[in-house]
Structures are given as C-alpha cells and as structure tokens.
Design a binder for this molecule. Sequence first.
Ligand SMILES: [Zn+2]
Ligand SMILES: [Zn+2]
Length: 1023
Amino acid sequence: MPHQAAKRLAASCTPGRRLQQCLTVSFLVIAFAITASAQIHVSGNSGSHWVDTGIDVVNGTQIQVLATGRINVGARGAFGPEGTTAFRSDAGFPADGPVYGLVIRLTTSRTDPGDEFREDYFYASTRTICFHAIGHLWLTANDDRPGDNSGEFLVTLTRGACAPVDPARLLTRIRVANQSNIAQRDADVYVNGLLVGRTGSDGMVGVRPLNVGDHIIARKLFEESSTYRNNHRRGSTQNWNYRVYLTTVTVNNDGTVADFIVAEPLATQELRLNRNNTLIGLHLLASIEWDASSAELEAFRSEMVKISKFLYNATDGQFFVEQIDLADDAAFWNDTDYRIYANLDVRPNVNLRVGGFLRGGGGTWMNMRRGPAAPGGTDFWSTFEVFAHEFGHYGFDVLDEYADDDGTVFCAANHNTEGSDYQGGQPKASCMMFYQWDAGKLCSNRAENPHRRGTRQGAQSCWSHLATQYVDTLGFPRWNIQTPDTRGAIVGGLPDLPAEWAPRVNVDNRPRGLLCGPISVRVSDSDSGAPINDEEVWLLTSYGQIILQGRSGGYDSGSARVSFGGGMIPVTGVHVGDRIAINPRYRFGSLGFGWSSEYTVRASDCGRTSRLQLLRPDDPVSFVSVSTRIDDIDSLFMPQRGALQLTAAREPFRMFVSLEPVAGGQVTINVHTDAALRSAPEAEITLKGSTNALRAVMKFDAASQSYTSNALKISDGAYASLQVTATAEGGSIIVRLFSLVLSPLNANAETDVFSADGQLNLTVPAGALPQTAVVAIGPSSAPLPPLGDGDMIVSGPFSVTTSSGNVMRRAGVVRFQLSNLRGARASDGFDPRSFEIRRFSPESKKWESLGGRLLTSVDVISVSTNQLGDYAVTAHTLAGNGGGKKPEARKPEQTRKPEQFKKPGEREKAAANFMVSDAGLKPDEPVLNGPCPVTVKFGGFITANGPGRVQYTFTRSDGATGPTLTLDFKAAGTQYVTSTWTLGGQGLNSFKGWQAIKILTPNEFESSRQTGSFGMKCQGKTW
Ligand SMILES: [Zn+2]
Ligand SMILES: [Zn+2]
C-alpha cells in the first residue's frame, strides 16, 4: 500500500534518477510521516508490478523484514517468502536470485521500480538491511508469470538505525568524453559487465560507490545502418542491419583487451571514446525451414552466440553480433539472412553474390543446414565457424581463398608453414575464408603472412576489402576500422567477448500443431526388406510445406561419412498427420525406387508429444535473452520406440522430368514417361517458405511424345520443390519430388548460382549471359553416365539451363563442392586423379568428360566451360588389393548404381551355408608421428566360404562407424579391403586406438581389435 503522504511529496519532485537532493530535502518530513513499523500485503500476482511500500530510506537506515504467508505458483508448487533456488531466475523474472520468494528493492526513483540504480535483497538470505544510499523501497513476489498465482505474503517492515558510511562515498561520478575531451552524452556505461546508466548532456553518470579494481566500459552509438531487407525492425524504428559504436575498450596489438579500471573511487572516473575503438554490432535474422522444437531452437541459439565470439576475434574486436532474431517454420524466409535447411546434404553457401548484407539485388542468402542429426554426433558444416565464414561472404563481401585451378594457391602465405605463428591452428592463422576451423583471423597484406593473390578473393586482401565496406563516409570520419596493416601487427587470439557485448537472441517459436521429436525412419525394399540407402526422404506437412530431409543411410559431416545405420535417417519437424515420402535419387524408373508407400504419421509413431500445451495461446512469440535457456520440453517427448519402417517399391514405369526457364522468371515443366498415361500428369511447384502450391497445366505434345506445362511465374532467386504425379493407363502411379532453384543474374558482376543443396555452383561471369536471363538448376532427365568397373557418381547429375540458350558468351566455372562419401575427405576411398566432371550433351545425347581439377584441401572440383547442360562428377573407387592386382570393383551400398538392382527373382542365390570365416585389419604403420592431422592407412581382408554377398562396415575405438559396404564373392576365397582414419589436431595431440572390420551379413564377425591397434602423436605442429 503506498502511503499517500509520500506519494504527494514525490509528485512535487522531478521523477528520474537524480532524486537525491529532492529525497534529502523531503526525508525529514517522511521520517515522521511513517510509523516505525508497516505491514504490507504482497500479492502472489505482483511479479513485475512491484508493490510500492511508500518507505524511503537514507544512509544509515536499518530495515528489519519479517514475512509470512505462501503463494501458489501452479505446477511448480507453493512457496514461502524464502522462495526456492530449485529453478533459475531467467530474464523474465523481476529479480535475479531465488524465485517465487519475497524481494525487497531499493531504487533512487520513487516512481520507477525499474530504475537503473537499484539494489535487490532476497528474504531468503537477508532479513535485516542496513542501507547506505538514499532511496525508496519496493516489494514483490519473484515470479516471471505471476498472472495465475494465488496467495500472498504479509510483510512487516520495521525501521531502525545502523552506522552510516561517509556521505562523500555515496556516489561515484563517471564522465565519458571523446579524444578531444568533449563530453559525450548518451553513452552507455557498464560497471563490471552490468549496464549502470547512460550519460547526460554533461557526459556524466553517477553510480553507486565503486571499488578499486572495478572495470568500467562505455560505448556510444554513432550510426544505425538501415537495410533493404524487411522484418529487421526489431529493437529499432527502422529495418537495421548493423550499428556502429565507439567504445572505451582498446584491443592491443598483442591481443590483450584493455578497459578502464578504477584506481581512485572518490575521483571522477574519466573515460575516453576512441575513433580507433570501433565496434560494429550486427543484426541478423535466421529462419529455420521446419517447425523446430524448443530443443532445436536452443541448439541454434547457442551456436549463434558463438558466431559472435568468432567474428569478434576474427576482426580484432571490431565486429560482434548484437542481435539475432531466430524464427522457425520458414518465417520471414525471403527477408532472412541465414536460411537453415533440414536437408542434411546441403553444403553451406552464399548464393548469387557476396556482400548481400550490405547491398540488395536478386535474392541472396546464407544457406545453411541443420546440425548433427545424431545425438552427440559431430558435424562440421553446421558449426559457428561455418556460419561465420558464410558471413564473411555475405557481410564482409569477400570470396573464398582458394584457386579453382591450382591446389597450391590458398590463403594465406604461411597457413601451411611448419612452425610459423600463422600456421593453421595458431591464434594468428589468418584464413577464415579458406579453412575457418583452424584459422580464425582474416588475411591482410602484412609481410610476415601476406594474402595470396590468385585465389577467388583476387588481389585485395580480406582486411583491405572489409575496411572499405564499413568506412565512415563523412568528411570527418567518426570511426576508423583498424586492420593489421594500419595497426602494424597481426593480432593474436582475443579473450572472450566482453560480457557487455553478449548478443541478444530473440526466439520466435511458431507452432504448427502436434509436433513430434525428430523421428528415425528406416527405408527398406518392399520385396526383400533390405535397407535402401541414398534415397531422398521428404516431409510433406499437412499445412503445405514440403521439406527435403536428406538421404537415407548417412550424411557428410565435413570430416567423415556419418552412418545412421542401413536405410536410416532422422526426420525433423514432423507433425501427426504429415506425410513422409521416399524419392529415388537416380531417375531410372524401372530400376529405381518410387514412394508408392507414402506414409502418414500417426500420434503413436512419435509418442505422447504436444507443444501446443506449452505455448500460451496469446503468446506465440517468446523473447529470450542470451543468458536464458529456452525451456527444454524434451522431457515431455516420449522416446520413439523404434524406427518408423517405410518400404519403397520399384517404380512401375519410367518418368523423366526436366525444367526450362523462360524469360521473366518463368519456368516450364516437361514430363516424359515410357508408359501411356491415363491423363496429363499433375505438376506443382511449392516455393520454400510457402504453403501454397502453384499448379501447372500440362499438355501433350505429339512431336516429342511428352507433356509440357504452361509457363509458371516464380520469383527470382526462388528455391522450390516440384512434385509430379503420373498415372499410367493401367492405374499404376509414380510420384516424384525435385528441388529447383531459379536464379537471376547480377548486373555487371559475376553471379554464383547454386543448386538447392549447394553442391553444384556455376559462376557466370559478368556479361556472359543477357542481363535478363535466368538460370535454373533442377532435375536432370539425362540418362546416367556410363560407369566403368569401380566408377561411381560422386555428385549430380544436375541440370543447369538458362532462359537464353545453353552456351555462355564467355567461359564460366562449373564447380562441385563434393560430399564425403567414403572417408574424412571427399577424395578418401577414391583415386584422387580419377575425379572428373562430366556433361551430357543434348546434341550428341552422350556424356562427355570435361576433366576438372580436384582441390583435396577443400573438396572442390571445377572446370572452366561455356557449355551448360547436365553435369555430374564421377570418380574411381580405390579398393585395396594388397598386391598390385587389378582392383576389384566395389561400391559402397549407398551409392550403388541402379544396374546393380535386380528383380527379386534374378538375384543370385547365395550358398546355403554361405559365411565369412575370417577377416583382419591392420594399420600400415602401427606408430605414426607427424604433422597433424595424420592419416592412418589400414589394409585388410575378408575370407568367405563360397559365392554370395557380404555386407560389412568399419568400427573404431572412438565409437564411430562407417557406412555399410558390400563385397560380392563369386567363389570361395579372400578379398582385400582398405580404409583410412584421419585424426589429430584441434586439441588431440596423441591417440591410441584401433579400427576393425565388422561383418554384418551373412554372419556377424569382428576382426581382431589388437591387430587393428595403432598409436599416433602430432609432431611439429601445435594446435
Ligand atoms: Zn566460402
Ligand atoms: Zn587472403
């Protein structure tokens, strides 16, 4: 209950922070107006509505607190005034301490309990308070959602006296000025990590007494940059992408970071904003393609906080992520900066152009993908280092630092120099645009580790270019970005981001019905029950979003091929009522697989899960600060009992689908089948982020014996899925899903066009195609390239077509970012010289070899060409034979050619008692010492007692398992196998372990782990 007398007095004083004089004058009056003891009711619903006690205190006032009563907060129980420490006081709570108990707050304001100068006391620990400041008292029950509480605390406050402290110490004055000692207003001042106030017109702010050794920093906003992207308004009045501050924090050339440390608490603390202490706060919007669970959002949130730390270090303390707005369900899809796909085959990329953060045009985004799908799994493509690297393209406007045509040219000069301070793994390694995992800085022109010319980044170093992008264009520049060249040193590793610069993460979790936890799906052959790997698995939500999840069997983690187990894949964003469909990777109707057994998810498939009950109907958007964990609702998920079994049947006829872009952002769809159709096929395009399908009108063309659609208008830069359904006269049905991307061209600049999974990249030079042309990358209707014994398709085929013919006026680059199919690097398990890019010539109807150079360091192969069409990459598998004999042709299960599939009756009959009688695996060298990472090579054998098919995998002492591999025996005998394991570095300096062969069928058998043991030590390289 506020006391009316106190209220009236307060009204005659100016509200605000500096009520000290006012309060001092009025204190005598109030002191007599209030009895020695007051009883106050604090309702359980008080929360952020603090109860005004009407009581003022001064230096030397003692208040004794006695509280009784209980409040009931709902599911978490009922609590007395002591509250509880069993739960965290997240950002929404009125005070940071024990929750659901009584809090006593002192403020300098009589009207604002949120006043910045405040002290909180908890009944749990403090019941007699000696105040040393002038102020006003408030009470509340510490609950972030008090609306449905019941009960109250009855609080008795008894006034007394205690020893006052020297009044001269009651306030420390902090003054912020610029380098010319001109006072700076509106600078935010932080003491020991906490915001304590903003300077007034005199550059001053007063704070509670400071102690020797307290840290003070200040920053002042000089510019907020507006962006062309919409939905970037949160936290401002305009769409903003970054803010430029000057700070009082100096980053020294040795990597130390110096702030202001209090030496004389009674003196005015003089802080200086410095033009060279520039701090740029980024604002990024990230959107997750699917309806993500709170746990998934939390995983991305924590990764995004690390992006800030990475960029802060990379830029010598000049950039950090100030705010990330993270949404799911593809919200704000076209306005977002980071697009996060569910497809586990996505190679992260920035499409169309670099610098899209700063300048508009076309449709450019940082295209990312979901994190490690297996619990505890590793994945290098979804880590903060990759998010930061892609921001390098998008926000710093720099290109990759490797050369397409020369594996020896990469950033920077000393990245691979033994013992150098700039070698990968060292804090000064300056190659975040080449190998972000071990080189966290940007390259400069410093002579000790210069930028290498001839990479895609060109002649200008990353730092030189970046500095031009964020320069202040005013006549008297307000800020100055420092580069290693201007500061005269390559700065070492910085300490952590100051707590004051912690990013703000706003999470927007959108519900779409009954969400299940990620569901494990197993794809198998409807005839034999055998698992089928490498088939695309799609989620068709009941509300219209179509989401590719990846391929059954496993995925490329950036450091290995990670196996989920035969035919398995985790599918995320699944709701009861959604459909899961399987789509053949290879388009040979009679030999591939269709998804005639499309599956509709039932509640029993994912256990008792519901998210709706956890979100308040009136509060679908939750705002969460960086210090807060999103409530983890995983405990409510019932674990899935077993993998969902999906059987795929062979397709009854062949269907070929292709796309043709026409001018003005339109496409036509062409469908050809080898069976007569009952009616025109149905074709629909659904844009990513949209729940509406565009239906095509298909007409039969007698000349080509195929169906062609009307031109469908889809937006430039669109990522979409295409669904085609064909029904043969006999009634059999084929349904197919394809990914497609339609890309416009940059005006007067080269354009990087990517496939939806980022694995194919076409660089179109400026002027190579007419300005109005669009490029489509979509399904290939070409036959598969002919493969020799032991050859495999490593990537593709992709169809690359334009609206203005298939020849460019100037040669561009076709570049494949290869997936790791068999080992730690894309080249593992293959003859590295055998990689080649192949193109299907529409004229000759033949696949031609274009060659291409594989850069094993970045898993990229490229070729210069002006010919567009259908592209694929093939390579020859290495199958160890131990004795120089002609290698046996063996292919991993998940990439076997369609020709390998035989009709059920045609499959060779295995011997009745076919079994593996022996297997062994041994490292070539039992002890390896060398620069890390080292590659341990293993040779081994498998002996079988007759003809038949053996399925096996490699097991390792670190628990990792490889893909399931297949070996066919034509007769009893021994065949030889090889494997590699690359390890070491990034903290792992020595290791002892083993690798073994594990036979899966026809009988279980594991080779000796002792024979497979080895030891390694990193030498000459410290990570
Ligand atoms: Zn890159
Ligand atoms: Zn460079």
